[in-house]
Design a protein around this ligand. Sequence first.
Ligand code: IVH
Length: 684
Amino acid sequence: MHHPAGSGIHHRITDLREQIEYHNHRYHVLDDPEIPDQDYDQMLRELERLELEHPEYARSSSPANRIGAYPSRGFSTVTHATPMKSLGNAFNRQEIQDFNRRVRELIHSDHPVEYIAEPKFDGLAVSLRYEKGWLVQAATRGDGTQGENITQNMRAVLKDMTLLQNDSVPDELEVRGEVIMLRQDFNDLNEAQKRSGQKPFANPRNAAAGSLRQLDPSITASRPLRMFCYALGEVSRDRKFKTHGESLEWLQSVGLPVSDQIETVQGFEGCLEYYEKMLANRDDCPFEMDGVVYKVARLDWQAQLGFTAKAPRWAIAYKFPAQEATTQVEAIDIQVGRTGAITPVARLVPVFVGGVTVSNATLHNRSEIQRLDIRVGDFVIVRRAGDVIPEVVSVIKSKRPANTAAYAFPGKCPVCGSKIVYQGEEVIARCSGGLYCHAQKVRSIIHFASRKAMDIEGLGEKIVEQMVTEGLVDSIADLYRLDANTLSRLDGKAEKSANNLVDAIDKSRKTTLARFIFALGIPQVGETTADVLADAFADLDHLMNASEERLIAVPDVGPIVSRDITAFFDQTHNREVIRDLLELGIEFPGKEPVFEMPQWSESAEPGSPFLNKTVVLTGTLSIPRDRAKSMLKQAGARVTSSVSKRTDYVIAGEQAGTKADKAKSMGVPLLDEDRFFHMLGHRE
Ligand code: IVH
């Protein structure tokens, strides 16, 4: 950016300092940051650069020279025995390479340097002081020199680790680490906050900070906080340890919590490998990481390298791509899904976040809009974590433009004008138009034709939209009444592609019962449930006439799903469409029902570890999912889609997400792919 000389720069510097102070206060004192860390870092970097380039404007009081914020009122102040410094940040390989080169130059090493690679926990730093094994003081980092005295609160977090009973514990011990909240605990806490009408926390870090910095320690005690230790303080840097790794092992041996994701790596290459691995596992990790940290393993080298004013020269953080970014709301739209579910969506000025460009974010439902008070024109923080749909985390109220209006949630479907009705606890809004609603019609036809349903190639969103608008197709059955002649009337449909589409539709007539059930788009009936239903009933008529009780007896089908299924088949309209489809030549080979059979596969080898086990597959496996499923069925397992108390195993492939988390939290055994194949007795 070009800045005019002189007062323009001074102005910018003052402006940056003011903004940074404001955000420091929100982050460190109020535990309620308003902007993503990334935006803050950018401002700080700009200020640092300007002060370097224009030393005449540099001030010792500038936030560029300070770590964090001054301690807030309410807690007494603690002066750290040794300052709690920050870490330098790297955002790309080059910066890691530069770091590694500097380290090698300073210690005159011709060999790859050994590093201890650790997760960068996204929580808040604390320093613990033990005397004769007793926790005597705990403090937040504060400004690095002085922090807040949170001893009582940390006692509540550390519980039996308040007293270390190990002969090797020195009289004076200082330990540093991070207090965090596990993702699952954070979600549960937020649910509870919402239920009791309290403000939910924006992310696990805020929840951890907000919970730890309570003046009433009993509140802290009621919150699910954890600590991971990552360093010894100066006091206890005993000569008996040669490496940082040894000191971590010792911490663990006296009963303090150390992450099991810490590894020893060799040189730049080892650093990169660790980064890639941790980044790939980011969404599976039970706690949030905002990067990884490398520390020179040898303590004598650490001493030799020393510190700059702000950070050690022997360590660096390699940050992950930010999962949050700021952007502006251009519009708030309503989407109508296949089953009429109404989802408000924020249309955004495109922004790069979590590795992709995001221009839409879900606003979930009406009460979420009310909670956020989001308005067109607002600046918002969007979050895109893993492959989860991007969402709006919060509105930056201090940046709200003048003359915005609160968003009024519509009472009528914006597509068909039917009344919007509410289900459940008034959270889920639905268009009551059913298949009268253009949007629902289009969505249900697209679903019907999709790859895992009837698999009609070439029947995409655009052409379905055209067909319905032009009146060529009014229900899924109409697809089988189309001819190439009629189709070629559509805009841009050449004769050849019209013929191809008719062929593809024709080909889809031969299908399986499972695909057909899935294709019908019964609410809550996904691919796996459709499979289970097809297996259990083997006959469409039996399924259509099944009672709720009978349906509930099917594995993977609960009372809610069974009600949706019976409600679907109770509608005359749906029965008519099914009758039409069968008359138009849809057919599936008959099968013997397996429902109510005592064993799931008679052919399963005796002694198969999967015999009669309920198994859930998640993540990406090296073989197709369907293949894994049939192997499991062969081995006598039933494969279901959701993790519950009744699940025996969860098989987690690469990038397994919430299901793996859920399994962990419920204590359901997780199998990785190797283990799975091993148990199957296959070695593929
Ligand atoms: S070591 C002198 N190790 O990152 C070095 N810090 O940006 C002190 N953090 O204040 C820090 N995980 O809150 C270290 N494995 C880790 C860490 C870690 C998270 C935090 C810590 C620190 C901040 C620096």
